[in-house]
Design a protein around this ligand. Structure first.
Ligand code: HEM
Length: 407
């Protein structure tokens, strides 16, 4: 596949802002997506561990992690849409070809995801209070976790297939026989997939430390439960972090020759150092972890490390497609559209921060209050501003839509 062919597959209309904007947003939103995925997978694994245990602390944790997993799936799905949009803008020749080659799986992705989510809710429906009652229908949670992993694997295959344009023709017409069924998955790297999945252990370990700090702030009286959370989070972070790094090293060692240069690049080294530093943070903090916001800071460090990992992953893709196939994502034709660019950033920055800020503040304060929580006048004003902005956004959407239709 030569570079002219790849360029010919681009959208001739160009893109509405500089490609660097889409690349940076792609990195940032992928990091958020994968963080939510890892919280969800880690929490689901802890649900299973607790559901099969008779220990009261494990069962309490399983109930809490089930609530976490349910929310994390929806966050992972919603935030998954963002990198999907950005990757198909700057890398459309690659992303769409990878999708069409495995179209059956791309459509199946939605069905499998729905089944996975339903299985999780089915388990929840059967087990409203894991701390008080024996586990029922544990198989549903096993099925949910397995299907979630399959969903992630499909995404992984698409990300892998887009990097190998020289293979596309052979996959589409093996031995010269065209196979338009889209039923096959053609390329994957188990160490790469394993690396992203194994990171769920340190990520959920950091999450448990934050949960512990949150419970301390809410006046948790069960000191043994707090100690249990601390004990559990350490090996999850340390052992899980080392396993993830080992899988990352195998991924780098098994890169195809066209990408092998990347294994020793400063980006990859930087990502490894950021991950290693994060898993060591709890040890370095010592007793400080119980003071102020330090208990939450570990998750914050983890988020930064994931952004570095996401950036390294993007550089691998950019350099592979540019260096090996002559495709420069940064020279996409720009058809500057200030209106949509401004709408995006204002929606993301203003509407997003006020609405999310309000929801998080209420959820936070309610959890830290004993008895019934009554919001302060400032929090109430924030809620009113969020509703007002949402109404304004919807009105603006229809006004612009009708105006465009009338042109
Ligand atoms: C709920 C289960 C899901 C899991 C376990 C999961 C897991 C993953 C993993 C591990 C990757 C990295 C693959 C790699 O680089 O090798 C990934 C990438 C990606 N995921 Fe998900 N994912 C899930 C759901 C979704 C959903 C629902 C969407 C979209 C709505 C989505 C959108 C994406 C996109 C677009 C990428 C690739 C981004 C890029 O290449 O820039 N994911 N996902």
């Amino acid at each position: 596949m030569n570079s002219e062919m790849l360029y010919a597959l681009r959208d001739p209309a160009g893109i509405p802002s500089h490609p660097i904007v889409f690349l940076l947003l792609g990195v940032l939103t992928f990091a958020l997506h994968v963080a939510a995925v890892q919280v969800m997978l880690g929490a689901s694994a802890l649900v299973l561990r607790g559901a099969f245990s008779a220990n009261a602390r494990w069962r309490r944790l399983a109930g809490t992690m089930l609530s976490t997993a349910k929310v994390a799936v929806s966050v992972a799905i919603v935030i998954g849409v963002a990198p999907l949009l950005f990757v198909q803008v700057t890398y459309d020749p690659f992303w769409y070809t990878a999708n069409v080659l495995s179209a059956w799986w791309v459509i199946g992705f939605i069905v499998i995801l729905i089944a996975a989510y339903l299985a999780m809710y089915g388990f929840y429906w059967r087990n409203h209070d894991l701390a008080a009652h024996p586990t029922r229908s544990a198989w549903m949670m096993v099925v949910s976790l397995a299907l979630m992993l399959l969903v992630g694997f499909i995404m992984h295959v698409l990300s892998a297939q887009m990097l190998l344009p020289n293979e596309w023709q052979g996959w589409y017409a093996p031995d010269g026989q065209v196979d338009p069924s889209g039923r096959s998955l053609h390329a994957w790297s188990l160490p790469r997939f394993g690396f992203f999945i194994a990171l769920s252990a340190p990520v959920v370990g950091a999450w448990l430390l934050a949960l512990r700090r949150y419970l301390q702030g809410a006046g948790e009286r069960d000191a043994a439960y707090l100690a249990f959370l601390a004990r559990l989070s350490r090996p999850l972070m340390l052992v899980g972090g080392v396993v993830a790094l080992a899988l990352g090293a195998v991924w780098m060692a098994t890169l195809p020759p066209t990408m092998a240069h990347f294994a020793t690049s400063p980006w990859m080294v930087g990502a490894a150092v950021a991950l290693l530093a994060t898993v060591l943070v709890p040890t370095l903090l010592g007793a400080r972890i119980d003071r102020g916001i330090w208990g939450y800071a570990v998750f914050g460090f983890g988020a930064v490390a994931l952004i570095v990992v996401a950036a390294a992953r993007e550089i691998l893709r950019y350099t592979t497609l540019f260096g090996q196939h002559g495709y420069d994502a940064l020279d996409y034709k720009i058809n500057m559209d200030w209106y949509s660019t401004l709408t995006f950033f204002l929606t993301f920055g203003v509407l997003g921060s006020v609405t999310l800020g309000y929801l998080l503040t209420v959820a936070w304060k309610a959890g830290q209050t004993e008895g019934v929580y009554t919001p302060s006048p400032a929090v109430t004003r924030m809620g009113q501003a969020a509703v007002g902005l949402l109404a304004l956004w919807i009105v603006h959407y229809f006004v612009v839509g009708f105006w465009v239709m009338g042109q």
